[in-house]
Design a protein around this ligand. Structure first.
Ligand SMILES: [Zn+2]
Length: 238
């Protein structure tokens, strides 16, 4: 069953971004976040746009929270065409990207110049990038897990790098800790939060008060790191 887009006027507000304004015989302004992460504003026939905008202003917090939630649920759509000038995320930064000819390796990274893709690998850019991110994820996460395990009070677990799209980390009852390779796109302090979170599950297999006390004992500012991931996690894609 297809989802019909509501007919209406496309508008942009400084607080809510793009939205569709649908006027009808109603008395109040109603807001709806659609599954495709678009905002529909329903308003009375004669309500001035300035009034509608003032409502958007009042509800700005709700709108951005809802949009973030819907975006985090949507499946990850590749956002790159592998063209020179695009940027790719790694460790919390957006790095420059160029396509070149006659490079030994399909993809290289340099903290000065960013990513360089050999033109011969152009049509498998997504695969080449995923391989690269996976390698970095494994190296980095082994190191971070070894660093944090004693601080959390657990022994170093077996580690798995996964292709999960919605879970940044998980912990199995057998004690294997998994991390999504996409996690290396996030800033270091966010990566560390996910590491500590999963290691804490080796002591508490739940999200109880005791669990969060363990996380807080290692990372007192875990809340802000978790929020970053909620708000920006959806943009961490190839
Ligand atoms: Zn958890």
């Amino acid at each position: 069953m297809g989802v019909k887009k509501p007919e209406g006027e496309r508008r942009t507000s400084p607080v809510a971004g793009a939205y569709t304004l649908v006027r009808s015989r109603r008395r109040t302004v109603g807001l709806e976040i659609r599954p495709d992460a678009t905002l529909v504003v329903r308003a009375p026939m004669l309500a001035p746009v300035s009034y509608v905008e003032s409502i958007l202003m009042q509800r700005a917090g709700w709108i951005s929270a809802k949009l973030a939630l819907v975006r985090s649920r949507a499946s990850l759509v590749p956002r790159h065409d592998f063209l020179t000038g695009e940027r790719f995320p790694y460790l919390g930064q957006e790095w420059p990207f160029v396509v070149v000819a006659f490079q030994k390796q399909p993809l290289t990274f340099d903290a000065k110049t960013g990513f360089t893709l050999d033109v011969a690998a152009f049509d498998r850019g997504e695969v080449v990038f995923e391989e690269w991110y996976r390698t970095q994820a494994r190296e980095l996460l082994i190191e971070r897990v070894q660093h944090y395990a004693p601080l959390v009070g657990v022994s170093v677990p077996r580690l798995r790098i996964s292709g999960a799209e919605r879970r940044w980390g998980s912990c199995s009852t057998s004690g294997t800790v998994s991390f999504a390779w996409r996690l290396v796109m996030a800033p270091m302090d966010v990566i560390d939060y996910v590491v500590v979170h999963e290691l804490a599950h080796l002591r508490e297999m739940n999200h109880s008060v005791r669990f969060w006390a363990i996380v807080a004992s290692v990372l007192p500012d875990h809340d802000a790191r978790r929020r970053w991931l909620k708000e920006h996690g959806g943009s961490l894609t190839i």
